[in-house]
Design a protein around this ligand. Structure first.
Ligand SMILES: Nc1ncnc2c1ncn2[C@@H]1O[C@H](COP(=O)(O)OP(=O)(O)O)[C@@H](O)[C@H]1O
Ligand SMILES: [Mg+2]
Length: 495
């Protein structure tokens, strides 16, 4: 059987980015099928030369619901369909709007309610998603109504090209499904409703009261993926463990309207039994190590992609910006690299610093010889603190190497630039001092003016994210000149 990509390439004139989009749609549309208790078909327009016998559409995908019996026993994928049989599909293509009506199709031999949802990509209608509604067993229950309203919001997103997500990396078997349990969270993070299965999962995590109307933190649950989905409008997955026996997998899909997050569909799956089994086979430490290893690899892939993209761009400014983005991603990868060797809640920051120094020496281009010295150390830090701090220090070290020695006459000069990093702990704070013997900061320099990206990132991380302080000043000539930066962040992150 031909795959979606093969069919699209043979029968349609859709380009690769569009086909990717449709692949992502069909990778995540079991959600749509289950929420609407319906069979789904994905139809694209057949390319002109292939368009014989007035067969205008090719079926690129088909999905059956898991919570209802299917209405289409045949496999329609790859078949050609005409506008006579599917006038509403034609209408959806032509009008670019959702068409709701009824169809009478051979494959079904019945008149059934149908929705034709235009699939938009890059402003164009590239396909139509067809929902063939199964017979409702009596009037829709409260949950069925709630499911349908989520389905409808997702259909709007399909037509707006905000669903599927470009970033969705999670798909496939093992993911929580609609039937496993759903919590619908509103735009303010409050639970709108939880299905009975979801309530059971919440019970297992120690939430006994009614969840409706409360935020998860109010219920005593910290689920970062939910916060992240609300904040960044990205789908994500996380396993929450409670003690040794309870493990619940959360899969969050944000709901968007006009670019704003108006809610998050959270599917929960109780994987406690699975985990119990896993534990017998695999020790957790090895698993965590493996995860960090993979995260590191993924980050390295991202940084390679950025490097490739930088090479391809003709403009200097773009190349520099992409190069900096690459370096930033790599500074995060450094943390995971260390964690992949010794996983845990805490990580040896001294090892991270060693790698960061190598990274800066490797990637920052300086015309002048520069030497980086590290004194002291911060020991082990919690990973929540270590990752952002590593990114901030990488920025500051980069700046010293990149900017401090600009007027020092290049490599032919005897002068050697020295950058010193002092690290120590004091009164429950981690302190980092970065000192260079360069040209110092310009007279008009101000840390508070948020013009340049590097220092804006540092400021955000140190002040907003880590609740610390940062001070940056030029050092007088008598004391050796150059720039002095002092960063202090509390070791315990609790605000
Ligand atoms: N150690 C330093 N010595 C001299 N100038 C510096 C130093 N650190 C930062 N600067 C100045 O501050 C500016 C802003 O830095 P940053 O926000 O990192 O942006 P960028 O590195 O992209 O120029 C730099 O362009 C530079 O002029
Ligand atoms: Mg910089």
């Amino acid at each position: 059987m031909a795959t979606l990509a093969e069919l699209a390439a043979q029968q349609t004139s859709l380009g690769e980015p569009v086909i990717d989009h449709l692949l992502r749609l069909t990778a995540s549309w079991s959600l749509l099928s289950d929420l609407s208790f319906s069979d789904m078909l994905l139809m694209a327009r057949v390319d002109e030369p292939n368009n014989r016998y007035d067969q205008h559409f090719v079926v690129l995908g088909q999905m059956r619901p898991n919570n209802r019996s299917t209405m289409i026993n045949d496999d329609l994928v790859g078949t050609l369909q005409g506008p006579d049989a599917w006038p509403l599909v034609q209408l959806a293509f032509d009008s670019g709007t959702r068409i709701i009506g009824e169809v009478n199709v051979d494959a079904i031999d019945d008149v059934v309610p149908v929705w034709c949802v235009p699939v938009r990509f890059d402003g164009k209608i590239v396909a139509v998603m067809v929902r063939l509604q199964g017979p409702l067993r009596g009037p829709a229950s409260l949950y069925e109504q709630a499911y349908l309203s989520i389905f409808e919001r997702l259909c709007v997103m399909v037509a707006d090209s905000t669903f599927p997500f470009r970033e969705e990396g999670v798909a496939g078997p093992g993911l929580p499904r609609v039937g496993d349990g759903i919590i619908l969270i509103d735009g303010d993070g409050r639970v709108e409703f939880a299905t009975p299965n979801a309530s059971n999962a919440l019970h297992r995590m120690g939430v006994y009261g009614a969840a409706e109307g409360h935020t998860l933190p109010e219920l005593g649950l910290r689920v970062r993926v939910v916060e992240r989905s609300l904040e960044y409008a990205l789908p994500a997955m996380e396993e929450i463990d409670r003690g040794h026996d309870v493990a619940i997998l959360f899969h969050c899909v944000p709901l968007l309207e006009h670019g704003l997050v108006t809610g998050v569909v959270t599917m929960l799956r109780d994987v406690s039994d699975l985990r119990q089994l896993n534990r017998l086979v695999l020790n957790k430490e090895a698993a965590v190590r493996e995860v960090h290893h993979r995260v590191k690899n993924n980050l390295q892939t991202i940084s390679s992609l950025l490097r490739l993209q930088a090479r391809r761009s003709d403009e200097e400014e773009t190349r520099i910006a992409l190069g900096e983005a690459e370096r930033r991603v790599r500074s995060i990868a450094v943390v995971h690299e260390v964690l992949s060797r010794e996983p845990g809640e805490e990580v040896s920051f001294d090892e991270i610093v060693r790698s960061l120094v190598l990274l800066v020496e490797d990637t920052v281009l300086a015309l002048h010889p520069v030497e980086i010295n590290v004194n002291g150390g911060l020991g082990t830090l919690s990973t929540d603190l270590a990752t952002p701090l590593a990114v901030a220090l990488a920025e500051l070290l980069t700046n010293a190497v990149e900017h401090a020695f600009i007027d020092f006459g290049g490599a032919n000069n005897d002068h050697v630039g020295v950058v010193t990093l002092n690290l120590y702990l004091e009164d429950g704070n981690a302190i980092a001092e970065i000192r260079d013997n360069g040209r110092g900061l310009g007279d008009d320099f101000s840390l508070e003016v948020p013009t340049s990206l590097g220092l804006s990132i540092v400021r955000d991380i140190i002040r907003a994210q880590l609740h610390g302080t940062i001070d940056m000043k030029s050092v007088g000539y008598a004391e050796g000149g150059g720039t002095f930066v002092k960063v202090s962040v509390p070791l315990s992150l609790r605000p």
